[in-house]
Design a protein around this ligand. Structure first.
Ligand code: SF4
Length: 388
């Protein structure tokens, strides 16, 4: 099945840890929406696989960013009408909007419901006001809590909360408090990310000048353990390294992405994948608008890469190993051939010995220990021409 991703490249203010593509200046918002409409038109055949005719069916639509909730209900409605002109959203499609708590007023929530948005991903990050100030978030902990309650009263049952850990000055007690506050809201999905300091961010620049944002590795590990244990005890399945869900509430859009299903990404910096190639749009708002507004030649607003067998295999390892479904030996053999399957089994031996991976009926999954050092294990399992 197909997914549609719409990147809204605006935020009301800069969170100091954030490395996503966004701009605070929204002067060009109308031109941006027109350009996105244009991109949908030009790329209406992108997901037309196997000679499919008519409007291609999609079962997930995801508004990400940036902050999609900076758009009015009218603007979101315009984008949705445009999407439905080119795609047939299935009746039970998962339609997610990432939102900041301060945007979720009663009226706005009612408008989102009327548009058919049926899942919210709310950027809470912390239930401590001092953390939120340090991260330069716009909302308080209390506002975040009440925004989720308001959304629930408006009928949103499928809500995910984003939280961060590994923050400077975060003790286990403070992290436990964030988790238990999230559980008290009874949301069916949680995403939790360790702070990483990227060079282009405000934290990255401050770190260059000598400020220290790192916490000790044993504290990181303890907070990850606390996260996994607390979520499990509260009835959430740890179905991807950073994601936890109650039964039936795994994020369908992201799960499809982790299973290499095709998706189209619209908007600056958005990525797309159609089974044989991946492409990514220019990550500059002005340039994106210019390239979509002039008569476009050869899709100059994006770059494209045809996937080699090694790229496709590495993408599979990168995404599959992060999930509770894991890497399946038979799947590797079927999709990539004997050389990749045998190479994988051989490479996995040392991680099995170190109890970072377990194997069960041909399915290889990360253990708790392995999840904490997943990036290193994944890069070790990747293959290049030299391994061939
Ligand atoms: S974290 Fe979200 S709201 Fe904050 S700057 Fe990044 S994209 Fe915008």
């Amino acid at each position: 099945m197909n997914g549609i991703y719409i990147h809204i490249p605006y935020c009301r203010q800069v969170c100091y840890y954030c490395d996503f593509h966004f701009r605070v200046a929204m002067r060009d918002k109308a031109a941006m929406l027109a350009a996105m409409k244009q991109e949908m038109e030009y790329r209406r055949n992108y997901l037309r696989l196997n000679g499919e005719t008519g409007r291609v069916a999609a079962d997930t639509l995801y508004f990400g960013g940036g902050t999609p909730s900076v758009l009015s209900v009218g603007e979101l409605g315009m984008l949705m009408r445009e999407i439905e002109r080119h795609y047939r959203l299935l009746p039970d499609a998962e339609i997610t909007l990432e939102a900041n708590p301060d945007d979720l007023t009663d009226d706005y929530l009612s408008g989102l419901r009327d548009l058919g948005i049926n899942r919210l991903s709310v950027g809470v990050q912390s239930f401590h006001d001092d953390d939120l100030r340090r991260l330069n978030r716009r909302h308080t902990a209390r506002e975040a809590y009440h925004s989720v309650e308001r959304a629930q009263r408006k009928g949103f049952g499928n809500i995910s909360i984003d939280l961060m850990y590994g923050l400077p000055a975060m003790s286990s007690d403070r992290w436990r408090y964030c988790l238990h506050t999230a559980f008290s809201l009874d949301v069916p999905h949680l995403s939790a990310y360790h702070l990483t300091v990227e060079p282009r961010t405000v934290f990255g620049k401050r770190q260059n000048k000598g400020e220290n944002f790192h916490i000790a590795e044993e504290d990181s590990a303890a907070q990850f353990d606390l996260l996994a244990d607390a979520c499990e005890a509260a009835g959430y399945e740890h179905y991807e390294i950073s994601n936890f869900a109650r039964t039936g509430f795994q994020a369908r859009h992201n799960t499809a992405y982790w299973r290499q299903q095709p998706y189209i990404g619209i908007g600056p910096s958005a990525h797309s994948y159609n089974g044989t190639s991946r492409q990514w749009n220019v990550n500059n708002n002005t340039r994106y608008i210019e390239l979509l507004t002039d008569t476009p030649k050869d899709e100059q607003w994006c770059e494209r890469e045809i996937l080699s067998p090694f790229d496709a295999y590495n993408d599979y390892i990168l995404t599959a190993l992060r999930t509770s479904r894991g890497v399946r030996k038979d799947e590797v053999r079927q999709q990539f051939g004997d050389a990749f399957a045998d190479g994988f089994v051989q490479q996995a031996v040392k991680h099995l010995r170190q109890a970072c991976i377990v194997e069960h009926n041909g399915s290889y999954t990360l253990t708790r220990k392995g999840k904490f050092i997943a990036d290193g294990i994944i890069s070790d399992l990747m293959m290049t021409d030299d391994d061939g």
